[in-house]
Write a protein that binds this ligand. Structure first.
Ligand SMILES: [Zn+2]
Ligand SMILES: [Zn+2]
Length: 108
């Protein structure tokens, strides 16, 4: 799937602490490698992207720093990449994240 890497969004933060953590909390997975096809670097940051097409929502995906620095460019990412909404009112602004919920249930 093709996404566009958005400009100048790294200053925006949420209460997860980092956007990569945000992706883990709501994607339900631990970030391992960069989402870009052919890139084998480890995931270091949560990058803000938009799907290329008519969807103008903002999403977070795991990226390495070098892919994240390709601001304004289109990136080809794996089809099964989990896109987590960057809209905090739909995610962490609501309260508890999915992973946190899973952890709570696992402790019981
Ligand atoms: Zn968050
Ligand atoms: Zn990369």
């Amino acid at each position: 799937m093709k996404v566009k890497n958005l400009n100048g969004t790294s200053q925006r933060t949420c209460k997860c602490g980092s956007w990569l953590k945000h992706w883990e909390n709501f994607g339900g997975c631990i970030a391992t490698i960069c989402s870009v096809v052919g890139c084998e670097n480890s995931a270091e940051v949560g990058g803000h992207v938009q799907k290329v097409g008519n969807d103008n929502k903002w999403y977070i995906i795991p990226l390495c720093k070098s892919c994240n620095n390709k601001k304004g460019q289109e990136l080809e990412i794996y089809e099964d990449t989990i896109l987590v909404s960057a809209n905090v009112s739909e995610t962490c602004g609501k309260g508890i994240g999915k992973c946190e919920l899973d952890r709570l249930f696992n402790f019981k």
